[in-house]
Unconditional design. Structure first.
Ligand SMILES: N[C@@H](CCC(=O)N[C@@H](CS)C(=O)NCC(=O)O)C(=O)O
Length: 218
């Protein structure tokens, strides 16, 4: 059986977890924070999530895990059949990570320590966010799903990117989600999905343990 390694408070962990649940693939969860002893055998970069396949091989990087699951379990499909539409899904995922998630992630240490980030950092983050907002505004119809009528792995990916974007938005006092037409409503619709609800409940359940872990590192 597949094992997913990581922790529920990790937005990246929840991406393949949502894919596994959506496709109805049996899996077990192994609660680990990436700094644990021996974790480098699963993922040399020590990032969460990683996955052990049913034949005992280790894979990491959330988008790579999504692609592996799609290759191994093609139904229900999370990529369109048309090659251009597939590339659009991947482009949305890539832009969401590079230009929304990663810049906002730079602000997380300030969120955790409740400190004010330097103005120069906020300017850098805002400039990258402009690229992400321009890209998703161009590529996402949000009607009703990101690329249109078909639910894809981009919907799953962006949903969990937005939890880090929310943290960045609070620091920057910038309503990032509202800057992308239709994204706010798309997000509310997706939040009502039973899988989203299950994952959100698991995030809440892990919160105390995660913050205790963070405190133990400082
Ligand atoms: N590109 C990686 C990023 C994963 C990532 O940054 N995970 C965070 C948890 S949400 C992590 O492991 N942080 C610990 C660290 O950076 O050392 C992916 O897509 O899986």
């Amino acid at each position: 059986m597949i094992t997913l390694h990581g922790f529920a408070y990790s937005n990246y962990y929840n991406i393949p977890k949502h894919v596994l649940l959506y496709k109805g693939i049996p899996f077990t969860e192994d609660l680990v924070y990436g700094s644990g002893e021996g974790y480098e055998r699963l993922n040399p970069a020590r990032k969460v999530p990683s996955m052990t396949t049913s034949d005992g091989q280790h894979i990491a990087e959330s988008s790579v895990l999504c692609e592996y699951l799609e290759d191994m379990f093609p139904e229900p499909a999370l990529l369109p059949k048309d090659p251009f539409a597939r590339s659009r899904v991947r482009q949305i995922m890539r832009c969401a990570e590079l230009y929304l998630e990663l810049p906002c992630r730079r602000l997380l240490p300030f969120v955790f320590t409740q400190q004010t980030p330097p103005e120069s950092l906020c300017e850098e983050v805002n400039a990258m966010l402009d690229k992400g907002i321009a890209s998703l505004s161009e590529f996402c119809s949000c009607d009703p799903f990101l690329i249109g009528s078909e639910f894809t792995m981009a919907d799953i990916y962006v949903r969990y990117v937005l939890s880090v974007v929310d943290a960045g938005a609070a620091v920057l006092k910038r309503d990032i989600v509202s800057e992308i037409d239709g994204l706010k409503d798309w997000r509310s619709r997706l939040a009502g999905d039973p899988i989203s609800k299950q994952i959100d409940a698991d995030v809440e359940a892990n919160k105390e343990d995660f913050f205790a872990y963070i405190a133990s590192r400082n």
